[in-house]
Design a protein around this ligand. Structure first.
Ligand code: 3SL
Length: 241
């Protein structure tokens, strides 16, 4: 019998994206700590659009042209830029209605990797249910692209991808065939009752704790604070109407 269900799969790192990319209409880029969470927070707080750029050179070009530009590397604001990657930095009046440029260590690199997909959307734990609801309405072959850390696997993005795929499969309209997707699902099932506890010794949580960014981590690991479903159109992110 012909398979009529759509695929929902998980790619662990941008470095593996080329092996997956031709099979999916929708790519959900995930960087729970902290890029995709910060992007959702920005839209929740009324930002108009975000231009994600992969390199500091690109970001400097925009800065020269007078744009508001955020730049983060290794968890810290890069000298000479206006802000970094904390969700809290977007919760300010000055951002409402504005267009900003953003470059981050891994998140904006994943967005750049996925940019040629039919549709690129931004997922995180904070917009989990909103994203799931939107994806179910689209009913298309969907790939969760985890940003990882410098092309290495990470737990928090994989858990979020597992949550999305578990929910889509539960509708009966989706299936997974890749081992990465099965692994993501089991990690999600083990973590779902206590993300903070489960991720206690994860590498990026440790990195952010050393930078005194525990408040950010707590925000990023709290599901469904956001109703935003950011989408990439002509190189810019907007919130879905
Ligand atoms: O890698 C990224 O894109 C960032 O989210 C990393 S950090 O959380 O700002 O350190």
């Amino acid at each position: 019998m012909e398979e009529t269900r759509k695929r929902i799969e998980v790619c662990f790192t941008p470095g593996e994206y080329d092996y997956f990319k031709d099979e999916f209409e929708i790519v959900v880029v995930i960087d729970v700590l902290r890029a995709t969470t910060a992007i959702c927070a920005a839209f929740d707080n009324g930002i108009k659009s975000i231009i994600p750029v992969p390199t500091l050179e690109d970001a400097r070009e925009y800065k020269k042209q007078g744009y508001l530009v955020g730049a983060e590397r290794k968890g810290q604001i890069v000298e000479g830029f206006d802000f970094g990657n904390s969700p809290y930095s977007y919760m300010k009046e000055e951002f409402k209605g504005k267009e900003v440029v953003l470059t981050t260590t891994n998140g904006t690199k994943s967005i750049a990797a996925a940019k040629d997909a039919d549709t690129v959307v931004i997922g995180a734990l904070v917009n989990l249910d909103a994203m799931i609801e939107w994806l179910i309405k689209q009913n298309k072959n969907t790939l969760c692209l985890c940003s990882g850390w410098q092309d290495k696997f990470n737990l928090e993005d994989t858990i979020c991808a597992g949550a999305i795929s578990e929910a889509l499969i539960a509708t009966g309209n989706y299936t997974s065939i890749e081992d990465s997707s099965i692994a993501a699902k089991y990690l999600y099932i083990s973590a779902k009752d206590n993300y903070m506890g489960y991720l206690k010794s994860s590498s990026h949580r440790r990195r952010l704790r050393n930078l005194n960014l525990n408040k950010d981590v707590k925000y990023c690991l709290t599901p469904n604070l956001s109703k935003s479903v950011p989408i990439l159109k002509d190189g810019k992110l907007y919130n879905q109407e």
